[in-house]
Ligand binder design. Structure first.
Ligand code: GLN
Length: 275
């Protein structure tokens, strides 16, 4: 099949499924599946494509609302390309604010150690490590798949020597005091699950949903004092409408210095707290 025809077929499949930006996604799907630069799809319409069936299969999956990141096995986060596959949460741009805010306050004049609870694909830990040479991270997750993918990303990015990847629920298997604890835990309340986009429902439910939304914040804050240095801080991504509740929990555990940062949609998205 000629490249031009394949491109049209892919666009049509995506259009029929009402995928937004079908032209752009078709370009990405074709260039990534065939491992050719995007411009060639436009400039070499007469190229003969032998393995066109594979490309159409990918397009078919996208039409069934599989997220693009799972189909091309990558997602950019904090200017870094991460390896992603089905079974881990796809990193979100909002989470870049969490990374940015931590970088703003991390001391640069001494060795720092941080803990990332629920690391998923490892994006938060690895973005921090990539930007701070004086940092080491412990990254935990309950999901074996997440740990495997974090390890893979750490190796690709040559950061494996500064990250310790641990299978853990909350603080299980952790025996260390940290300069900071970061988490982007599951925070969507169970009753909101049915309203999520089809694409989001292809992501692991255990990475998205939490009892009443704030369960993980409560648990982490409750136990944090055993794992945080005296002058350490907590940094969380939070969901819509959770800032006030999380702030109250923090206060009740003696965290007085609390900063809340909004995202581009004006939603309170990140909370940073010290005792
Ligand atoms: N820490 C990862 C991220 O921010 C995974 C978070 C999660 O699975 N809830 O993308």
């Amino acid at each position: 099949m000629k490249l031009k025809e394949l491109y049209e077929k892919v666009i049509n499949k995506l259009k029929e499924a009402e995928i937004p930006n079908p032209q752009l996604e078709a370009l990405i799907i074709i260039s990534e599946s065939l491992n050719i630069p995007k411009y060639k799809v436009i400039t070499e319409p007469d190229l003969d494509i032998i393995n066109y069936q594979e490309v159409l299969k990918v397009a078919e999956k996208r039409a069934k609302r599989y997220p693009l990141a799972y189909l091309i096995n990558k997602k950019e986060f904090f200017g870094i390309t991460f390896y992603i596959e089905e079974g881990v949460l796809i990193p979100r741009p909002e989470t870049e604010i969490l990374v940015e805010e931590i970088l703003k306050i991390l001391p640069t004049d001494k060795e720092i150690i941080g803990l990332d609870i629920g690391t998923g694909s490892g994006v938060v830990s690895l973005s921090l490590l990539k930007n701070r040479e004086n940092l080491r991270m412990y990254a935990t997750d309950i999901s074996e798949k997440a740990l495997k993918i974090t390890e893979k990303n750490a190796k690709i990015l040559k950061l494996y020597d500064r990250i310790k990847i641990i299978k853990s629920n909350l603080f299980e298997n952790i025996d260390e005091k940290f300069d900071f604890i970061v988490s982007n835990p599951p925070y969507i309340p169970e009753e909101e699950y049915e309203y999520l986009q089809e694409e989001v429902k292809k992501e692991p439910k255990e990475a998205l949903i939490s009892k009443e939304g704030i369960y993980f914040y409560e648990e982490i804050i409750k136990q944090a004092k055993n794992y945080l240095k005296e002058d350490g801080f907590l940094a969380f991504e939070i969901g819509y409408n959770q800032a006030e509740k999380v702030k109250q929990i923090l206060k009740s555990y003696g965290y007085e210095d609390i900063k809340i940062i909004k995202d581009l949609q004006d939603i309170e998205r990140v909370i940073i707290a010290r005792r």
